[in-house]
Structure formats: structure tokens, C-alpha cells
Design a protein around this ligand. Structure first.
Ligand code: GLP
Length: 261
């Protein structure tokens, strides 16, 4: 796990954008795992700018989103499908048939989840998985207690997550209780993970994920077992890390051949 701490979310998003765009340039048919939420918005905006101004070509890439609310269709304003269209899909040249998002309206949820896993396998697995972090340490919608061996399935949200996400819903509108999410083992099978966390509301979850014990009670801690994970933080999200100085020293003193950012 490489922990990279930048002064601001903007600078951390720039590094994330360099990593993602390099992945796409080096392997145009990359399979990308995508996250929603406030955290990756700037990353998507920067990728859109690179597509428009620097010819970043997503035409051969395949995408799989982490999660979706059960009961919300693609046109619901708070659906993750709608989020992705708004912030990324409608602005770049991804091929419609290679975009995958769990279907919140699936009639047979277990069958849909199994098919989602099968599609990931058929695409050759995920090359680069972008991740945010819930304030309770969740990845995707794998709430604390999720099996570290879990695959795409239905989950029930905690009240904390429902409250955290209420801001994306209309006044008086109920946040769904159920979601479909890639599992923790699905995420762990990605060849590279990029975890982004910004702001002081994430500091506890970051410290528990990066420096706490690996436990299903903190899903983010699963990444300690992942061989190629970069954690991109702003100073506020890194505030409770006990080895922050060391991570910064490592980042600033890499051997020349390793300075890939
Ligand atoms: C949401 C999503 C996660 C996201 C997290 C953080 O519930 N399911 O994929 O990473 O919570 O959201 P935000 O980036 O808005 O803080």
C-alpha cells in the first residue's frame, strides 16, 4: 500500500487523474472500476478535460461501476447511473456496450449479481479500480461486517450511510435501504486499486483502514492485503495517521526510476 498525502483534494485529484489517464494511454482497452460520490468528481472532470483537450481516448475502455441503489432506475436523479452520465459518460467517448452499472431495477437480484460478476470475468478482470471511502470505512457499499470474501450482491445500508448520502436525495425523499454492490473479494481481485479520501470526515476511516488491523469491521482495511494499492489523501483525511511523516518522506524521496507521477 502506497500512501500519498497532498496538501489539497485538488492536488490529490490531479495525481489520480495522471494515474488513470496513464493506465488508459498504456492500455487503451483497460477495464476500469468506477466509483461515485463527491470524492471522485474532480477526477472525472479532469479526465473529461483531458479527453477534450489532449485527446484522451476512452473508446476501447470497459467500465464497471461499484454499486447502485435498489429501486432506483437510471433516470432517478440520485441514482449512480445518473451520476455517471452527468459527470463522465455524457462527456467522453466510452462505448455504450462496454459501460456496466448494477441495475437497481433488476427483477432477479441474485441472478443479476451473478451475471455482473460473469461480465467482469469475461472482460478479463478489472485493471484499475477507483475507490472512495465511506465515513464508516465502507468500500463500494460494503458496510462494516461485510465478508472479506464477498462478491457482487445485495446489501443493507447502515443508518449512518443513509444519513451521509441523504444530501443527494430530494427534500423528504427516502434514501433506499438496499443496494447492489461489488463485493470485497471482487474489489480485491482488481489488478490495481486507487483509494481516494478527502476531508476531515474521512480521517478516522482512513486511519482505521491504513493503520488498523485488517478486519471485516473496517472494509477499507482489506486493501492492506492488496498488492498494488495507492491511497491518495489530502492533509485533512490523513490527519490521524501515525506514520504520515514517513509516507511523505517515502513519496518525496523515491528513486528516480520509481517517480512515475
Ligand atoms: C458512497 C458510495 C461509495 C463512496 C462513499 C463516499 O456511499 N457507495 O462508493 O466511496 O460513499 O462518498 P463521498 O465520496 O460522497 O464521500
Amino acid at each position: 500500500m502506497e500512501v500519498i498525502i497532498l496538501p489539497t483534494a485538488e492536488e490529490a485529484s490531479e495525481v489520480a487523474t495522471r494515474l488513470v489517464s496513464r493506465q488508459i494511454r498504456e492500455k487503451p482497452d483497460s477495464v476500469l472500476g468506477l466509483a461515485t460520490g463527491g470524492t471522485p468528481k474532480r477526477l472525472y472532470e479532469m479526465l473529461v478535460r483531458m479527453h477534450r483537450e489532449e485527446g484522451l481516448d476512452l473508446g476501447r475502455a470497459t467500465t464497471f461501476n461499484l454499486d447502485e441503489y435498489v429501486g432506483l432506475g437510471p433516470d432517478h436523479p440520485a441514482s449512480y447511473h445518473r451520476f455517471m452520465v452527468k459527470y463522465l459518460f455524457s462527456h467522453v467517448n466510452l462505448t455504450r456496450e462496454r459501460i456496466h452499472i448494477p441495475d437497481g431495477l433488476a427483477a432477479d437480484v441474485p441472478a443479476h449479481c451473478a451475471a455482473y460478476e460473469q461480465s467482469i470475468r469475461e472482460a478479463g478482470g478489472i485493471d484499475l479500480q477507483i475507490l472512495g471511502l465511506g465515513s464508516d470505512g465502507h468500500l463500494g457499499f460494503n458496510e462494516p461486517g461485510s465478508s472479506l470474501a464477498s462478491r457482487t450482491r445485495i446489501k443493507t445500508l447502515t443508518e449512518r450511510t443513509r444519513n451521509d448520502n441523504a444530501r443527494y436525495f430530494g427534500e423528504g425523499e427516502e434514501v433506499p435501504h438496499h443496494v447492489i454492490t461489488m463485493g470485497l473479494a471482487t474489489i480485491a481481485a482488481s489488478r490495481m486499486c486507487l483509494l481516494l479520501a478527502f476531508g476531515k470526515a474521512k480521517a478516522e476511516a482512513v486511519a482505521a483502514s491504513v493503520e488498523g488491523p485488517v478486519t471485516a469491521s473496517v472494509p477499507g482495511s482489506l486493501l492492506q492485503f492488496h498488492p498494488r494499492t495507492k491511497v491518495l489523501l489530502d492533509t485533512e483525511a490523513a490527519a490521524l495517521l501515525t506514520r504520515a511523516d514517513y509516507y511523505q518522506w517515502v513519496y518525496n524521496n523515491k528513486p528516480a526510476w520509481q517517480t512515475d507521477l
